[in-house]
Design a protein around this ligand. Sequence first.
Ligand code: AMP
Ligand code: MG
Length: 522
Amino acid sequence: MKNLKINNRFTAELPADPNETNETRQVSNAVFSYVNPTKPSNPKLIHASKEVAELVGISKDEIKSEAFLNTFSGKEILPETRPYAMCYAGHQFGNWAGQLGDGRAINLTEVEHNNDFFTLQLKGAGKTPYSRTADGLAVLRSSVREYLCAEAMYHLGVPTTRSLSLMLSGDLVLRDILYNGNPAYEKGAIVCRVAPSFIRFGSFEMLTARNELKNLKDFTEYNIKHYFPEIKGEPKEQYLQFFKTVADKTREMILHWQRVGFVHGVMNTDNMSIHGVTIDYGPYGWLENYDPNWTPNTTDSQNRRYRFGNQPQIAQWNLYQLANALYPLINEAEPLEKILESFFTDFESDYKTMFLSKLGVFTLSKNDDKLITALETVLQLSETDMTIFFRNLSTIQKIDSVETAIEKIKNSFYIPEEISGDILDSWKKWFAVYLERLKTEELSDENRSEKMNAINPKYVLRNYMSQLAIDAADQGDYSLIDELYLLLQKPYDEQPEYEKWFAKRPDWARSKVGCSMLSCSS
Ligand code: AMP
Ligand code: MG
């Protein structure tokens, strides 16, 4: 891989763990430990992204090479690089969890290409000093889900880590999928993912919890210097600006999640990137019927802390933890609190603009709050598919009658026979107001429809679609991974050859493991 330009800033500038053994331990006074991937017994490439390869400086011909297979399966280490696992802590499900770290992620190297920096990281490449009691491995099903979803999100315009490659390791991994005493062997897999860095809120929490204030200062300054070089001024002012920038980026990311119906599932502070990119795809899911209370994560089914409608509040809660971690550098609560408060007020105003744009309303007027809340209510009266509803909404014309409008979106109802009586009346009332509202907008039907279709995706990675791809892949058939990968590169385009994917969740997937029920087992 001749154009891969190695440039390791993280390991060159930040404190390393002097212990270089691969034993599970607490690591203090360091932000990473050197560790090599475990050699897989028989790696096999399932899929690679040409686009991401080119982004980091790998040509499409090189993807087919032995060097690519060996490097991104962890079998061989690139010359002049030293892989490492990062040390971080975090709050999990609202509770302080202490040191976590890269338990099954290994950073291979940073590379520089076209003036951009990328960290290349393997997930599932074996134990590290942070593996605690676990095996450091990942199974095929969760790897397919991460690989496809990150690329789907990117093409939806949602900030995210990217996927370079998906490989089988050739080894078997023991997992109890539902944590109910039924462990079974599954195929092991390794994903190589790419991001500006994999630094998390929990990276800062770790240093503050250990009272390593010099490291905290150096680490924060490292982040500002390399990732947010536009931040200037007095040190304290810089730290505050840094926090504000992370808060802004996080807000933008969550807004996109709410726009496309993505539920992360495990918004622990160790899964929050300082770049505001979606990170660590685990038991995530896509809303099918619009239900703000839905979470795909069975591990969270009691409290539903990470349910769809709670994601903005949780992002703010996580930012509180980051603020606490940065506090010793600033020693003033007020400016941090101000940023945290404005996170929410800004989110609410952005959310309104975003939601209205999904409706094809691009100017603001005084009754719009009601239009939004009324729709959020009526969408939940009977199961209504979020993606199909908003996509079909763009076919409505200003001159349509209420009946015609309902006819155009009725394909989004899961139980059409329920749309009668009071429920039908509620829909009629909402559409009557909506159609009147559309008439006050200047855009022609055609122009509005075009703008709406660039905001409301036609295709998302529905939970059952991944599961079909996983079931086939488990049998050695990767054609569905290829198909979904291609489909989801153009999620806003009409793709008549793939119309079958513009469909509601089939009945068999309603309560199937892997489709609507996922655990943290991966
Ligand atoms: P997650 O909930 O997947 O973000 O993981 C939380 C923590 O557990 C992180 O520190 C992971 O590195 C670690 N972890 C998860 N699965 C494994 C595994 N199979 N082996 C080692 N560490 C793991
Ligand atoms: Mg994680």
